[in-house]
Unconditional design. Structure first.
Length: 91
């Protein structure tokens, strides 16, 4: 946000996952200058974007709810996942 405050912006999708190629124009514009992007939920943070790369720092968090995902990640059902990836900003 221009005023330096925390801002919440909708992805433009009502699906449980986020296809980064299908984001709304507004969220793409807002994310370009974001210091931190937060992806929350198993579908959005884990299933569809756990290994996605961003040009801003990103926090991905969710709870594993499907046995197939737990098996793939080597974890357990109900286990929380939290992944923070820091990106240095150039002035």
């Amino acid at each position: 946000a221009e005023n330096g405050m925390l801002q919440v912006v909708s992805s433009g999708s009502d699906l449980p996952i986020i296809d980064l190629a299908e984001l709304s124009e507004k969220i793409v514009e807002e994310a370009e200058d974001a210091d931190l992007i937060v992806l929350q939920g198993m579908g959005r943070a884990i299933e569809s974007n756990l290994n996605a790369c961003f040009s801003s720092s990103v926090l991905k968090m969710g709870v594993v709810k499907h046995p197939e995902v737990a098996l793939c990640l080597g974890g357990k059902l109900g286990q929380p996942i939290c992944k923070f990836e820091s990106v240095e900003r150039r002035e």
